[in-house]
Design a protein around this ligand. Sequence first.
Ligand code: TGC
Ligand code: FAD
Length: 395
Amino acid sequence: MGPDATSPLNLVDLDSLLDDEERAIRDTVRELGVDRLRPHITEWFEAGTVPARDLAKQFGELGLLGMHLNGYGCAGTSVVAYGMACHELEAVDSGVRSLVSVQGSLAMFAIHRFGSEQHKEHWLPRMAAGDAIGCFGLTEADAGSDPSSMRTSARRLGAGDDADWIIDGSKLWITNGTVADVAVVWARTGDGVRGFVVPTDTPGFTAREIGHKLSLRASVTAELVLDGVRLPADAMLPAARGLGGPLSCLNEARLGIVFGALGAARDSLETAIAYAGERQVFDKPLSGYQLTQAKLADMTAELGTGMLLAVHLGRLKEAGSLAPAQVSLGKLNNVRAALKIARECRTILGASGITAEYAPLRHANNLESVLTYEGTTEVHQLVVGQALTGQSAFR
Ligand code: TGC
Ligand code: FAD
């Protein structure tokens, strides 16, 4: 649906919670979606690919990459502005939002928060402009929900802090992996888990695209192999020590998803409302039946309350008081709600809903990935459960 559609979010007057700049950014990204992304999204999804380099350049020109970071060519917007950009991008497709999340909240954030001045100056301006693409390698084939069991290792090639590093291992399910110029790779060292800035043209680094996906098809997902990758001593992110380093990057991306997933839900709901208004069943529009209206009302309630939660969490982050368990609560609630809404909207479309002509089933398929990545539903239930009870039930 386009920007003129009546939005179910008007019922919670979401606009009144945004400032002028946030509304302007939201509108700009919505226009980008309508003019330049929506015309191609079905084709990209069906082809199982996305023109990542071209999109990164377009996003960079609009200042969307690393937009809530300060300095080094980044726009320095509010957290809520970033969230609303994710919301509008994901209203087009979760894959398009993923490209921006991984670039800005994972790869750029890791360098911005934990990198040396040289890392920041070398990579961030080019990444903000979309001239360089980044990926973030944490997950491995046997270490997904539990990254502490990672096997990828980095060892010094000699004594002393000036010695080069050798990295061996592999990472799986890595967004942007085959199109990246730089990979932020997390590896086990004698000093715990550390992060490394790995230019992808380093000998021994290879990336292979994962095919046959039934979800997040408009996104590049890859396996990274690091076979004796030799890096200078200063390739290590100096300020990230232990698992807290990568996990704090996830907090950033997860918050974008709290807003983003409901973009896919909103688009599904707008599509269903429009369809139900036109579809005649038993001699009158489908939207005139109580059962349909009950579905639309329930979905609007979930969408609206989820967006209020998203903006509230965004404001807490801006105030510097957002805790990881609160991000988990938001991701748990909003992604699950979004998937439920997309599926319910599909039912309103009947058989038409199973074709690529309408977005809800594509969104639902994508949201299966969103439910899994950045911490599965179960991981976030356990994080919230731990916050409630004081007991860790992960192990
Ligand atoms: P645990 O012992 O609890 O903690 C280890 C250290 O990390 C700290 N920590 C955090 N720090 C910042 N933010 C958080 N959310 C944190 N959670 C934990 C913790 O304080 C501790 O620090 P220290 O200094 O005491 O050492 O860790 P655990 O091994 O028990 O694991 C906890 C668990 C399961 C919650 C965590 O490992 C987890 O979140 N697992 C899920 C993994 C995950 O989300 N992977 C995502 C990979 S990236 C991705 O999916 C990108 S998708 C593409 C896209 O976004 O579009
Ligand atoms: P597992 O950890 O094997 O989990 C399998 C099931 O077990 C899940 O239901 C899980 O919730 C459940 N489970 C696990 N532990 C427990 C427990 N303690 N108690 C109860 N149930 C439990 N990773 C990156 O590092 N970078 C990326 O860019 C990236 N992009 C991705 C893109 C896509 C499209 C996808 C699908 C994944 C991506 N990932 C990425 C990986 C993603 O983060 C992992 O898939 C996710 O963390 C889950 O890990 P897993 O798939 O190994 O599942």
